[in-house]
Design a binder for this molecule. Structure first.
Ligand SMILES: [Zn+2]
Length: 113
């Protein structure tokens, strides 16, 4: 579900740029996604393919570097990988956590015909 929203954002970014470059057909999209939960690259790719149908990005290969942004527990000091956007320490159960990096996404390269 979450992958669907991210795939949509990636597609919007790609299409905005492809209009600018007046490209015919997008073949490969490279970039990265940083999130506070583990992402499935397979699901991201399949959602992207679904959203891209009927656009210049239809059939494009998505090569995204998935970054799992970690958090540090303010109670016990443990560093952990959050799930589902919730900062909850797996060791002591504290919800008082500090996110250790920025989340977001970027498209770094688009290969076209
Ligand atoms: Zn803790």
């Amino acid at each position: 579900m979450y992958e669907s929203a991210l795939a949509r954002q990636v597609l919007d970014t790609v299409l905005q740029r492809s209009v600018f470059h007046r490209t015919s057909r997008i073949r490969v999209v490279r970039g990265w996604v940083a999130e506070t939960e583990s992402l499935s690259s397979e699901r991201l790719s399949s959602q992207f393919a679904t959203h891209a149908r009927g656009t210049p990005a239809e059939g494009a290969r998505l090569l995204l570097h998935l970054i799992h942004v970690e958090a540090r527990c303010r109670t016990c000091g443990r560093t952990y990988a959050p799930e589902h956007h919730l900062l909850r320490c797996p060791v002591c159960g504290s919800g008082d956590g500090e996110q250790l990096g920025q989340t977001g996404l970027a498209v770094t390269a688009i290969e076209v015909d």
